[in-house]
Design a protein around this ligand. Structure first.
Ligand code: HEC
Length: 274
């Protein structure tokens, strides 16, 4: 019942947002209005439903091998979920590489459940318009939700972790494409915006912490839970770069860069976004 009324409230607020924003513009910035709107929704975040489904999926025997993910090691030992994402991406000795949550999940779905690695692409991992959430999206929501309010501490002890950070940093500042954009073109100044959206300055500690802490997030405008892989995929599109491949080294390196810069922040994902 609480969930249902939260949903009704959300739709009503969603419909009212544009007019509300305009009315409020005289007194306060639209960014403040959006921040208030988000705070009002956080209580009934529809990502709770993704997380509930994700928890059930985690425990359900699936795939050709018909086993659950309960033996999946996200870095803290088999089956340990709480706190795992605060230390991701990290180096995994069994895979001999640095992995973010989504690549680690796919690794477990392949090695434990018998799925094929090439089944996982942006087409199958990200839900399309009007489609229900994918298994990956629900699992990601559950696993992040288990680390809510815990401090971010993405490791840099292993040389591969340091290398991932260094490459991620390079990619962040690498300019290219038809507009000669880098990530930094949109994300390294204060008080920049595109349409109504503030562009966080990801080169400063506080906005970098907040941005990393809030993904994955439920996107109200898309009615969908979106993962960090999706966030980066969509920023590549905005940057007019070639399509970012799902779980590519580039995506993991960038996530490592963003994560290490967010160390000391507090996990708040899945958050809710416009
Ligand atoms: C053309 C401008 C543009 C470029 C280039 C760009 N982004 Fe973004 N980015 C955006 C916009 C716009 C948003 C916010 C969208 C929203 O809130 O709806 C965003 C949001 C984000 C967020 C989430 C911030 C938050 O608080 O929710 C992250 C993280 C991010 N971008 C990382 C990157 C990275 C890494 C790159 C380089 C691969 C990049 N962006 C390139 C426009 C850009």
């Amino acid at each position: 019942m609480k969930k249902l009324s939260a949903f009704v409230l959300m739709s009503a607020l969603g419909a009212a947002l544009s007019s509300l924003t305009f009315q409020a513009l005289a007194q306060k910035s639209s960014a403040d209005a959006i921040a208030e709107y988000r705070a009002a929704l956080q209580d009934g975040n529809p990502a709770d439903l993704n997380a509930a489904r994700g928890e059930a999926l985690w425990r359900t025997a699936r795939g050709p091998s018909n086993v659950s993910l309960e033996q999946c090691d996200l870095g803290l030992g088999a089956g340990k979920v709480k706190g795992a994402v605060t230390k991701l991406p990290r180096y995994f000795i069994d895979a001999k590489r640095v992995m973010d949550l989504e690549s680690r999940l796919v690794h477990c779905m392949v090695t434990l459940q018998g799925f094929k690695a090439d089944e996982f692409t942006t087409k199958t991992a990200f839900s399309g318009e009007g489609q229900r959430a994918t298994v990956i999206e629900d699992l990601v929501a559950y696993i992040y939700d288990e680390s809510r309010d815990m401090p971010i501490s993405v490791p840099q002890g292993h040389k591969e972790e340091k290398a991932a950070y260094a490459r991620g940093k390079k990619i962040f500042f690498f300019k290219g494409g038809p507009y000669d954009f880098s990530c930094a073109s949109c994300h390294s100044q204060d008080d920049k915006r595109i349409r109504l959206q503030d562009l966080p300055n990801l080169t400063k500690p506080e906005p970098a912490k907040a941005a990393f802490a809030q993904w994955p997030a439920y996107r109200v405008s898309q009615g969908a839970l979106r993962t960090m892989q999706w966030r980066l995929y969509d920023c590549f599109r905005q940057q007019r770069f070639p399509e970012l491949q799902y779980l590519s080294q580039t995506s993991i390196d960038l996530t490592t860069f963003l994560g290490v810069n967010a160390n000391g922040g507090k996990m708040a994902a899945p958050a809710i976004k416009r």
